[in-house]
Design a protein around this ligand. Structure first.
Ligand code: CA
Length: 238
């Protein structure tokens, strides 16, 4: 990949400048947009590698922008939101955003999120990978055809729900999945038992994490959901 192109969508000039200055010093290319309408035009015309999207724009709901972009593009979207927009953040993830930053955020945090998103782009563009019958991440190996999971070469035994959970996270590696999304995928739309999800996640972690209190593979996003990280990625807080 050449220098990655980042589309920065932010109506607040000071924040936009902070982001673009950071990108510039790190050797990224960028385009900017200050409105929803301009952001969609830019996304279509410049085909960015990652979109950084402020949810609070003057002309359009950020979640609508994500839906529009997602109707034709799989470009990673990192949402930027104020803390008071927590519900919007979750809606944004459910609409197809990959990750989020909460204002105020640090420059290091921003760069870490970008690296995770860019890794996903590279991973997706490796053609065979997406439909590969085997998923490998660090010492974790899932053989989808055999329905088996190995950790550091040793087979581990998962219950059917733990296995489904692990596969769902693996298929969306790098992406933050909301509680609602996971509940819907695993239990169907009628269930919303968050405590059950927490229990299964805890037992799954006991089996795949060497130190479940400091997980390497599955990251918790408090109040939001979970994400599987590529081992070697920044854990990027939260
Ligand atoms: Ca704003």
């Amino acid at each position: 990949m050449n220098k990655p192109l980042i589309l920065v969508v932010e109506d607040d000039k000071a924040i936009r400048n902070l982001i673009t200055t950071t990108l510039e010093t790190q050797g990224y290319l960028y385009h900017t947009a200050a409105t929803g309408e301009a952001s969609i035009l830019e996304a279509v015309s410049s085909r960015p590698d990652v979109i950084i999207l402020d949810l609070g724009l003057p002309d359009m709901d950020g979640v609508d922008i994500i839906r529009k972009v997602r109707s034709w593009s799989n470009t990673p979207i990192v949402v930027v939101s104020a803390r008071s927009e927590d519900k919007d953040k979750i809606d944004a993830l459910d609409a197809g955003a990959d990750d989020y930053l909460t204002k105020p955020f640090s420059v290091d945090e921003l760069l870490a999120r970008l690296r995770v998103s860019l890794r996903r782009v590279r991973y997706d563009s490796g053609k065979l990978r997406r439909d590969s019958p085997v998923f490998v991440n660090g010492g974790l190996k899932i053989d989808y055809a055999a329905g088996s999971v190995r950790l550091d070469g040793k087979e581990i035994h998962l219950t059917p729900i733990e296995y489904k959970l692990l596969c769902l996270l693996a298929k969306n590696v790098g992406k933050v999945l909301t509680h609602n999304f996971i509940l819907r995928e695993i239990w169907g739309s009628y269930s919303s038992d968050l405590s059950a999800l927490r229990v299964f996640m805890a037992t799954l972690r006991k089996k795949i994490e060497k130190d479940p209190s400091r997980p390497r593979y599955i990251q918790t996003h408090i109040g939001v959901g979970y994400r599987m990280l590529r081992v070697g990625d920044d854990s990027a807080g939260n």
